[in-house]
Design a protein around this ligand. Structure first.
Ligand SMILES: Nc1ncnc2c1ncn2[C@@H]1O[C@H](COP(=O)(O)OP(=O)(O)OP(=O)(O)O)[C@@H](O)[C@H]1O
Length: 259
């Protein structure tokens, strides 16, 4: 592990009208780890992700990415930060009028000197890395299953060889087999490429299968971070219920079967 976090948040406050979503929130993410972010509905997991990737400016606090103050960055500096990160939104957020390959090429268009042939070859590589068949490149999003759309969204997030990928509910809506295949894909990519993964999820199987560490959002902040083993010992009503409830027990049993 590096000595400096790849993502560092301090004193974050997010508020919509009178509704305070985050107050004095701190979080560090370390290079190469898969961090799972969990919390009850409406605790601000997606808002946190949007804050880090620069889609939402917090009312207060600091966001450091790659050691750089992202909120003080110039447009040019922000663009450089964006090139080092990839985001996969819940529904894949693909352009419906473009093929999968063209969708993956979109972020590459910002890079000078990439010929169409090279872009195409790189897009095909990302398609393969995401576990899609070659033929998927020519398909439109509407022609794909939910699981394939997620893989296409992941391929686009990987387009510029990011150092961090942000995944918002990557397994939501997938059947259990599709979800566990996606978990294996994320874990494999993280290990092979040294990717840092910031993963918002409700899926306990995903936490068990992929995450090195978990951050729990509650009470408007990151209440606790730690490994799954550490989560099991946390004495907080929501955390206890989440990690010891019936679904958690089923996920743990599945993990034991797979180990
Ligand atoms: N642009 C916005 N304008 C006003 N309120 C917003 C906006 N974005 C988010 N919120 C509110 O912020 C709160 C946190 O939303 P967020 O989507 O981050 O929750 P979440 O933890 O991801 O929830 P879930 O698990 O249900 O997806 C919610 O109450 C939501 O209504």
């Amino acid at each position: 592990m590096d000595t400096a976090p790849i993502i560092s948040l301090r004193g974050i406050r997010n508020q919509f009208g009178a509704q305070v979503v985050h107050d004095n929130l701190d979080l560090d993410v370390w290079r190469g780890e898969v961090l799972g972010v969990v919390g009850g509905s409406g605790t601000g997991k997606s808002v946190l992700l949007r804050t880090i990737v620069g889609l939402l400016r917090p009312r207060a606090g600091s966001v450091f990415l790659f050691g750089q103050d992202a909120l003080a960055a110039t447009e040019e500096e922000r663009a450089m930060i964006d090139r080092r990160t990839g985001v996969m939104f819940q529904d894949g957020a693909l352009f419906s009028s473009l093929t999968v390959r063209e969708n993956i090429e979109v972020p590459m268009r910002a890079i000078d000197g990439l010929t169409p042939d090279l872009r195409r070859a790189l897009a095909d590589l990302k398609i393969a890395m995401s576990g899609l068949a070659w033929s998927a490149g020519d398909k439109y999003p509407s022609e794909l299953s939910g699981g394939m759309r997620k893989r296409a969204g992941l391929a686009r997030a990987l387009a510029l060889d990011p150092e961090i990928v942000f995944l918002d509910e990557p397994t939501a809506g997938l059947d259990p087999i599709g979800a566990s295949a996606f978990d294996a894909l994320i874990k494999g990519l993280s290990r092979q490429l040294g990717l840092t993964v910031f993963l918002v999820t409700h899926d306990l199987d995903t936490l068990h299968a992929t995450c090195d560490r978990i951050a729990v959002l509650a009470e408007k902040r990151v209440l606790v971070t730690g490994t799954m083993q550490e989560m099991l010992k946390v004495d907080h009503p929501w955390v206890h219920e989440y990690f010891h409830g019936p679904r958690a027990r089923a996920a743990m049993a599945a993990k034991d079967r797979n180990d």
